[in-house]
Ligand binder design. Structure first.
Ligand code: FAQ
Length: 311
């Protein structure tokens, strides 16, 4: 007898074939992808705010040009990701409404403030570094449009990570005040960057299914460990330290041990009680309202084109 759609889907997943928009897929596979891709897209556009804060105050013309390019890349990543989500049968306008109503999430990391220029360096090094660690395996995600979007995004994130590292490297070799500013930024971003990987595996509601469907390839804790192993080495090249007294090489495990993440802080940020949650969402809603005339103009233009084509 011919295989049913579910058997075909299962065989494609276990055979490492890509699922494409027109293929049959289980409802909960579709729902999981919409949740994760929308959250990822929202993170990219909300993630423009903390660094966007420094565009008008970047310390040189060159730094300003690089920062503008980086923030524009984030907008672009948001757009590729909304497009990937739309292949699953949702509309981006609907997803934005859910974000604005607080019914879909964005990454916890973007609820922290950027009081100094060194924060731009720390975001590039730690936040983009964590993002790459999480996203490289997503290039092999079972859903084709998401996996393909990730390939280009990862290339751009690598440039972002390098520019952040270089900012910190320069500051760490600057005046005592610049060095202190770099260390302070690293101290403030280290723990929140570890939280980006999500709750511990024992608390991760979606990991089991997402790993079975090959959306996720590694668990939250495995990726967090991989990231710590990388930054524990890189911080030495910077000549700075990580604010973690328990950070130590464990030869037996072949990994760095690290301290306990404050999961109560993570939960509070997810609930909306982080330092900048309200500001971020208000700014986003205002930006959306300010853009209403652009959407209106685009609709009017499309209608005119359609009329002309019909005439
Ligand atoms: N923040 O069951 P799990 C970037 C939620 S990088 C907020 O483990 P899952 C680049 C989770 O949604 C940042 N919420 O979930 C950039 C779930 O909520 P629910 C974006 C979080 O999905 C750099 C609940 O906790 N990257 O933007 C977080 O299997 C610089 C239970 O968690 C991505 O989104 C969190 N950190 O694993 C831009 C990567 N962690 O639905 C600008 C793609 C978990 O039960 C500047 N996403 N939650 O209410 C993923 O890989 C996964 O979704 C994880 C979470 C690993 C984040």
């Amino acid at each position: 007898a011919p295989a049913g759609p579910r058997q075909r889907f299962d065989a494609m997943i276990s055979g490492e074939e890509r699922i494409e928009p027109r293929d049959w897929m289980p409802d909960d596979y579709r729902a999981t992808l919409i949740r994760q891709i929308a959250q990822h897209a929202h993170s990219e556009i909300i993630g423009m705010q903390p660094e966007g804060n420094w565009i008008t105050r970047a310390p040189s013309l060159k730094r300003k040009a690089v920062l503008i390019a980086k923030v524009q890349d984030e907008a672009g990543h948001g757009l590729y990701l909304y497009s990937a989500a739309e292949t699953l049968g949702v509309d981006r306008a609907e997803l934005l409404d859910l974000l604005h109503e607080g019914r879909q999430r964005y990454s916890s990391i973007f609820n922290y403030p950027t009081p100094t220029w060194a924060d731009v360096g720390a975001i590039g090094w730690l936040v983009d570094g964590a993002a790459i660690t999480n996203q490289v395996p997503l290039c092999r995600c079972s859903y084709g449009p998401y996996a393909r979007a990730m390939v280009r995004i990862c290339k751009e994130e690598s440039f972002h990570q390098r520019q952040g590292f270089e900012i910190l490297h320069v500051l760490a070799r600057g005046t005592p005040r610049q060095r202190a500013m770099a260390q302070d930024a690293v101290d403030r971003w280290y723990w929140p960057s570890l939280m980006m990987f999500g709750p511990p595996d024992s608390e991760s509601a979606h990991s089991g299914k997402s790993m079975a469907w090959r959306i996720k390839r590694y668990s939250n804790d495995d990726l967090r460990q991989r990231f710590v192993d990388i930054i524990a080495e890189q911080v030495r090249a910077l000549g700075l330290t990580l604010p973690d007294p328990d950070l130590a090489w464990n030869a037996e495990r072949g990994h760095y041990d690290f301290g306990a993440v404050d999961w109560a802080e993570f939960t509070a940020v997810l609930k909306g009680d982080g330092p900048c949650n309200r500001q971020r969402i208000e700014h986003r809603r205002a930006a959306h309202a300010d853009g209403a005339w652009v959407r209106e103009a685009a609709r009017a233009h499309a209608a005119k084109q359609a009329d002309r084509a019909a005439a």
